[in-house]
Write a protein that binds this ligand. Structure first.
Ligand SMILES: [Zn+2]
Length: 542
């Protein structure tokens, strides 16, 4: 992702050099109105620290949708909502809206990856002997073998070869000095595997396996794969991310296969590329796959409004509970992304639940799953809403609200951005909502920035905006740890996180309490949706 320099940093930096640090400013800000002030007292730095320390703990393993860590995180948030006395927001009255998500467990069948002539097995390799690989769909078709020996890790050689309707096994002969840095070697292995697979497929082949030590070292042993599942009401109604069975083996196993086919020349002495396709020789990799529903829920809770007529209207407050989870054995804790928003949501829910005065409208708290894989949970919600989307007066999204924006190359210092907050998308649909955001910021005191990073389409609010629900997205900006395993709790600014949460609480309260809900401006809707689209979910000011 591209990091762009924001406008606020330099101005603030000049200001800060003259006056006291940003926190000192808060004392001068007007207090919250009396109807909501008591609840806001609970949104303290220590409280959000407590939530986030748990959400980003090793036990939750980065909250990868479909993984065990996500199940624990969802259970943690559900228990919190329940303890606060909130209503479950799912259609069955529970707190979980199940989102179709599939876990595939693949099992190679004996003899694993095998090459045969007639009934005679010429060569084979199973998991016990070191076969590794990936699969999320069953396989087992016999196809004529094309064994390709190449020294090109980009797969360029393969595109020159005739591989149509062949089972392609590639032996990669690496030339030059072996890479000594383990991380670089791993990267080279992963790159070779995906490039060679794509090249083989482009040449018409069915890619079956790669023999390369670097790729082998990074490969899993047909570990469970989880991905968005089949959705009856979804756009295509099909599962996404199917992974055809591919094997990964050591280079020496590739040499043994070559020898089994009658060529005992050492790999280093071959003239490359070399393709061997013998009459009557077939190959296959037989995989059985068992599928089950994996842990994936939108965690939903409702605080019921106090006004008889307006309680059927909702202010939505959303975050994404998921992060990248455990990938290749490495946990991505996602403290800021979006542990911060999830902790904020828990604190905001607590503030509403403990505030003596309930607002007129209801509040719907939403912790989505599958955001990191393409806004899956919120997309599912928008297609299968648990309340009519027309009744959602606004959706306020908090995603990454616990840091101070920081450039990748030191072009922007976190210390210059203590007061900065990006307000995104509030002008896209409804000037009413945008004006409310600006007006309430007079007591939040942020130096607001806008969508300099072009992230309007990159969090869950987009699935509401596209349906015509007015949205506002709050974001404290990118930093070098974005999507890295180093996005950890110790880098969070808890004072800032509590402050953003208080602002969003105040705004949600205001929208739930004020007489008139935000209207969509017809011209803005036309710009956003194009002329062909239906009317927006929210009422329009013409
Ligand atoms: Zn993310």
């Amino acid at each position: 992702m591209l990091l762009t320099r924001s406008s606020c940093g330099p101005i603030l930096s000049a200001l800060l050099s003259l006056v006291a640090p940003a926190v000192a400013q808060e004392a001068k800000l007007p207090p919250l109105p009396v109807d909501r002030a008591a609840g806001a007292l609970g949104i303290r730095p220590e409280r959000v620290r407590e939530f986030l320390t748990t959400l980003a703990s090793p036990e939750f393993e980065g909250r990868g949708t479909g993984q065990e860590g996500f199940r624990k995180a969802a259970e943690y948030v559900r228990a919190h909502f329940e303890k606060l006395g909130l209503e479950g927001g799912a259609p069955d009255g529970s707190f979980f809206q199940a989102v179709p998500w599939t876990q595939s467990v693949a099992r190679p069948k004996a003899p694993g990856l095998a090459v045969r002539r007639g009934e005679t097995i010429l060569w084979s390799l199973d998991v016990e002997q070191g076969l590794r690989g990936y699969a999320s769909t069953p396989s087992g078709v016999d196809l004529p073998l094309a064994l390709v020996v190449t020294s090109d890790p980009e797969g360029g050689d393969l595109e020159q070869l005739e591989l149509k309707d062949h089972a392609v096994i590639v032996v990669l002969v690496r030339t030059g000095e072996p890479e000594s840095d383990a991380r670089r070697r791993a990267r080279a292995g992963l790159a070779a595997r995906s490039r060679i697979a794509r090249a083989a497929q482009r040449a018409g082949g069915r890619f079956l396996a790669l023999a390369d030590d670097a790729a082998w070292a990074t490969a899993g042993t047909f570990e469970p794969v989880s991905r968005p599942g089949r959705e009856a009401s979804g756009p295509a109604g099909v599962a996404r991310g199917n992974q055809p069975a591919t094997g990964v083996l050591r280079t020496e196993h590739g040499a043994a296969l070559l020898a089994a086919l009658g060529d005992a020349t050492p790999l280093a002495e071959l003239v490359l590329p070399r393709k061997i396709a013998l009459d009557g020789v077939f190959a296959h990799l037989a995989i059985e796959v068992e599928e089950s529903q994996a842990p994936a829920w939108n965690v939903l809770a409702i605080l019921r409004g106090s006004d008889e007529t307006r309680k059927d209207e909702f202010v939505g407050v959303g975050c994404h509970l998921d992060h990248l989870g455990k990938r290749g054995g490495i946990v991505h804790p996602g403290a800021d992304d979006d542990g911060s928003g999830s902790a904020g949501l828990m604190a905001i829910a607590e503030a509403f639940a403990k505030n003596p005065t309930r607002p007129a409208r209801s509040i719907l708290f939403m912790a989505f799953c599958g955001e990191e894989l393409g806004l899956i949970g919120s997309g599912y919600f928008a297609r299968n809403p648990t309340i009519p989307l027309e009744s959602m007066v606004a959706e306020l999204q908090i995603d990454m609200i616990g840091r101070n924006e920081e450039g990748e190359r030191g072009e922007e210092e976190a210390s210059d951005n203590l007061d900065c907050l990006h307000l995104i998308g509030s002008q896209k649909l409804s000037d009413d909502l945008h004006q409310s955001c600006l007006r309430l910021n007079e007591r939040a005191g942020f130096a607001l920035e806008w969508d300099e990073e072009d992230v309007f389409y990159r969090s869950d609010h987009w699935n509401f905006a596209r349906q015509g629900v007015p949205i506002a997205f709050f974001f404290t900006g990118f930093h070098p740890q974005y999507h890295q395993p180093t996005d950890t709790v110790d880098l969070i600014d808890f004072g800032k996180l509590a402050r953003v949460s208080t602002y969003v609480y105040d705004l949600a309260y205001e929208l739930a309490q004020q007489e008139q809900r935000p209207l969509v401006d017809a011209v803005k809707w036309q710009e956003l949706s194009g002329k062909s689209r239906e009317a927006p979910a929210a009422p329009v000011r013409n």
